[in-house]
Design a protein around this ligand. Structure first.
Ligand SMILES: Nc1ncnc2c1ncn2[C@@H]1O[C@H](COP(=O)(O)OP(=O)(O)OP(=O)(O)O)[C@@H](O)[C@H]1O
Length: 230
């Protein structure tokens, strides 16, 4: 069992007064190390809900989710936060960088939260910023970076603790086509170089198809849209 993510028969319902609203039911999904999986589907299909469950930010109504062979929903809140910091990276459509901190400081943040020394955090953050092509922008604040550069800083921040898996919600949703293509190529090369798994929610079908396996969330079911090796 070398799956980074193992999601077994997961259901998420919301209580709407006396009614139960089922977003999806009995979803099973395995993601191997170094694999890219795109989740597509129409607005409101439940893509972000699923991603939040995989990241331990929300609890399933039933079913089990293991990340690196550990059931994240059996951990205490504090244990889960530590586990997330160590094993998972997150990238969102809007980069969520802290505006008053430099690119380097933003990327150092998850290291600091994990208790690393400032010197080691600085070294790791500079190295990962170099990997995303931003060695020349270490002291720039988010407001002094382009949209694509900001998203690359956000990706560097997600990678700095060397997670097994990065979860992305519309990573190119806010970027023009050319800049989005740059981010797509970066994800591809990081996956191939570092063996990190990426699970990405996107509306960008050409990016989804070009990266590997594509799953479609539709009417509460997860359907295979494209196999890994097609
Ligand atoms: N806290 C909540 N309480 C009740 N319903 C919710 C809650 N959060 C989300 N939903 C519902 O769950 C459904 C799925 O939402 P979700 O954000 O996962 O969709 P999505 O596929 O990511 O959509 P989009 O592509 O528009 O971002 C929506 O119909 C939404 O209204």
């Amino acid at each position: 069992m070398n799956d980074v993510i193992d999601c077994q028969q997961v259901t998420r319902t919301y209580n709407e007064g006396p009614e139960k609203l089922t977003i999806f039911s009995d979803i099973s999904l395995q993601v191997a190390a170094g694999e890219t999986v795109a989740i597509v589907g129409s607005s409101g299909a439940g893509k972000t809900t699923l991603l939040n469950l995989l990241g331990g930010l929300d609890r399933p109504s039933s079913g089990h989710i293991s990340i690196c062979n550990q059931d994240i929903h059996r951990m205490s809140e504090a244990g889960r936060a530590r586990f997330r910091n160590r094993h998972l990276g997150f990238v969102y459509q809007f980069h969520h960088l802290l505006p008053e901190f430099t690119a380097l400081e933003n990327v150092m943040m998850p290291c600091a939260l994990g208790g690393m020394s400032v010197k080691t955090a600085e070294e790791k953050a500079s190295a990962v910023l170099a990997k995303v092509g931003l060695s020349e922008r270490l002291s720039h604040k988010p407001g002094e970076l382009s949209g694509g550069e900001r998203q690359r800083v956000a990706i560097a921040r997600a990678l700095v603790n060397e997670p097994e898996c990065v979860l992305m919600d519309e990573p190119t949703g806010n970027l023009d086509e050319h800049t989005g293509e740059g981010v797509r190529q970066l994800i591809e090369s990081l996956r191939d170089q570092l063996g990190i798994a990426f699970v990405m929610v996107t509306h960008d079908m050409s990016m989804a198809r070009s990266l590997g396996r594509v799953l479609r969330l539709e009417q509460g079911r997860l359907l295979v849209e494209q196999e890994a090796d097609s």
